[in-house]
Design a protein around this ligand. Structure first.
Ligand code: KG4
Ligand code: ZN
Length: 347
């Protein structure tokens, strides 16, 4: 089955072609980062307008790269939520119009299910059941996964998502949006012994997260440095390092706890923050000591991309699921509401 995937939930327009027999055939992405950078965050209306400009040329590019004619497609998967409503509407309307014109089914995919299944695109991929750590700009969740659509939420952030915390800390340091990669870069030159940031909620039982206290601590540290000597480049690196250490340590502790609680030995990490090299290495090392295996997507498929939507859509379209004729997007959409794959034919 040859599936076109379209992602437009936030500030990346991304398209991919996935074949259930041959794997990923082509993918392309346009990042709107330069459009939003002067505003310090994503401007929804600008995002929607640019998705309109970029989606069709990217789609054509992907078909050309794969040497595939539109008539060969068996279905179109698009991100139906969660995300920015206008941005989602662009992808949904385009995907459903094309599907109607080409006489093929369309299916609205859950963005976080896309992230969650992205490690399945790798040659060495996890087997169910596993615990997934989903860490993106909008979500921080630990989920027990027994199969596609069989999700049990074990814990989540009570306030900011991990990516959001990276972005806010970056803003405090005068770094551009999205801040995660910039914090990670500065952290490499930071002194880990200079500051000791709090590890939020690790001493409390349970699997929920909270990053707002860490955010306040970061702000206080930045302010103190600024008042003492002015914020130097080394201060920024040291703060970035301490901040990253605190987030990584917290995530590692909760992941270990989740595996122990569920009696599982496989952890899957996905979403933009899973591109963080320190987090990947630490999870691998710490959980490896317990005999657990950690899987994550290739760096380019950690952040938003079309391949994960094409893959997730292909699994569900293959099982007979598809949209009705109406265009519905779900800006808020709990992943636990998704139907299990075995209910094939139900859409
Ligand atoms: O999954 P994603 O591309 O978009 C959402 O669905 O939200 O995640 C974007 C988030 C941003 O908050 C960004 O700062 C963060 O992922 N991020 C990182 C890194 N790369 C991206 N955070 C920490 N370290 C990174 N290397
Ligand atoms: Zn995402």
């Amino acid at each position: 089955m040859l599936i076109l995937g379209l992602e437009t939930s936030c500030d990346e327009t991304a398209v991919a072609l996935y074949d259930t027999g041959r794997g990923l055939l082509a993918h392309a992405l346009f990042s709107q980062v330069d459009i939003h950078v002067e505003y310090g965050g994503v401007v929804p209306e600008l995002a929607s307008r640019d998705h309109i400009r970029k989606a069709l040329p990217l789609l054509q590019q992907v078909l050309d790269d794969a040497g595939v004619a539109a008539s060969a497609l068996d279905g179109i998967a698009y991100t139906a939520g969660p995300g920015l409503v206008g941005a989602l509407m662009v992808g949904a309307t385009l995907a459903q119009s094309l599907a109607w014109a080409w006489g093929i089914p369309a299916l609205g995919v859950h963005h976080m299910e896309g992230h969650l299944l992205a490690p399945m695109l790798e040659d060495e991929h996890p087997e169910f059941p596993f615990v997934a750590l989903l860490v993106s700009g909008g979500h921080t969740q630990l989920v027990r996964v027994d199969g596609i659509g069989q999700y049990q939420l074990l814990g989540e952030s009570l306030d900011d998502a991990a990516g959001e915390a990276f972005d806010k800390a970056a803003k405090m340091l005068g770094l551009p949006y999205p801040g995660g990669p910039h914090i990670a870069r500065l952290a490499e030159s930071g002194d880990p012994a200079r500051f000791d940031f709090p590890r939020p909620m690790v001493n409390r039982p349970g699997l929920d997260f909270s990053f707002s206290g860490l955010k306040t601590f970061t702000l206080n540290t930045v302010t103190a440095c600024r008042e003492e000597t002015g914020l130097t480049e080394q201060d920024k690196c040291d703060i970035a390092r301490a901040f990253e250490e605190a987030v990584v340590a917290t995530l590692v502790i909760k992941c270990r706890r989740a595996l122990e609680q569920e009696g599982l030995h496989t952890l899957v990490m996905a979403g933009g923050v899973s591109a963080n090299r320190n987090l990947r290495a630490r999870l691998q090392r710490e959980l490896g000591k317990l005999g657990a295996k950690v899987f994550y997507p290739a760096p380019e498929f950690c952040t938003d991309n079309g391949a994960m939507i094409a893959y997730a859509g292909a699994q569900r379209l293959q099982a007979g699921q598809h949209d009705g004729p109406e265009t519905t997007v779900r800006p808020r959409w709990p992943m636990t509401e998704l139907p299990p794959l075995r209910l094939s034919g139900v859409s």
